[in-house]
Write a protein that binds this ligand. Structure first.
Ligand SMILES: C[S@@+](CC[C@H](N)C(=O)[O-])C[C@H]1O[C@@H](n2cnc3c(N)ncnc32)[C@H](O)[C@@H]1O
Length: 264
């Protein structure tokens, strides 16, 4: 990849690309790898943690599609395409699943084709939009999703970028208000309760990368689910959310917490 496309902000490290670097992808620039490496010096397992959040996404989406019959997904802050994107997980369990992806990073748009290889029975769509404009997201999503039927809203690793608590809560509320009963909210974000190095890592991030990110406590994350019914085990460290059996060892707590809740 070259650094020549000006509207990609290739000289300023960007969240989608740093995340892609930790996930082992190739869609990132030297500046992104530099911040990624600086953070790996203080949190050597950061790349594993990023993968653990993707595994949380996979388990949550599989549960919703396979066990709870959810057939529609709205994934805001999608990130660069990787292995097992939301539609691949959902459509493996339910080929008719419909998925709308939303991100505001222009590089995600460049690579969005990889998100659009829907099963013939289902559908996928990509919308370039900002979480701060929920009305645009809802109007665009309504072209693919039926808002009379349950929808799972995914806010995976994005709310930390809305650093003002009131604004973040209001955005979640405006989106969940638009969903019918039986819909779900799935979210995870980085926290500040397991490893003191998390605070140092976020300082590096906010000195170098865009957009800024704030760590929240698990209790604050739980606050985003207000008015919804949390599914067991509640808001927990991502590897502990209904962990799959492992051959060796046990799931451990990391500073990435998430949960899934149902709208009554
Ligand atoms: C840390 S990455 C997480 C990617 C993916 N959801 C995952 O969990 O693997 C955060 C993503 O949110 C997107 N993002 C950040 N702020 C956003 C905003 N205000 N509106 C839309 N997307 C945003 C970034 O471009 C990036 O792709």
């Amino acid at each position: 990849m070259t650094n020549e496309t000006p509207n990609l902000n290739s000289d300023i490290p960007q969240t989608a690309r740093i995340w892609n670097y930790w996930l082992g992808g190739k869609d990132n620039f030297a500046v992104d790898r530099q911040v990624g490496d600086d953070i790996l010096k203080v949190i050597p397992n950061m790349a594993l943690f990023a993968r653990a959040t993707r595994q949380f996404l996979q388990r949550a989406v599989h549960h919703l599609a396979a066990d709870l019959g959810v057939r529609q997904f709205l994934d805001i802050g999608t990130g660069l395409p990787t292995a097992d994107n939301t539609h691949q997980v959902a459509q493996r369990a339910a080929p008719s699943a419909r998925v709308v992806y939303v991100d505001n990073d222009p590089l995600v748009l460049v690579h969005a084709r990889a998100l659009l290889d829907s099963s013939p029975e289902g559908a996928t769509a990509y919308l370039e939009a900002d979480l701060r404009d929920p009305e645009k997201i809802l109007a665009g999503a309504a072209e693919t999703l039926d808002f009379e039927e349950p929808i799972a809203l995914l806010l995976m690793g994005i709310l930390g970028h809305i650093t003002d608590d009131d604004e973040a809560r209001s955005l979640v509320r405006r989106l969940t208000d638009a969903l019918p009963s039986g819909s779900h909210l799935v979210l995870y974000d980085a926290t500040n309760v397991v490893d003191p190095a998390s605070a140092e890592a976020i300082e590096i991030w906010n000195r170098s990368a865009e957009p800024p990110y704030i760590l929240r406590s698990p209790q604050q994350l739980e606050g985003f689910f207000e008015g919804l019914e949390l599914l067991p085990p509640g808001v927990v460290s991502c590897p502990l959310w209904r962990p799959a059996p492992t051959d060796i060892g046990e799931a451990v707590e990391i500073d990435e917490f998430g949960g899934v809740a149902r709208k009554p």
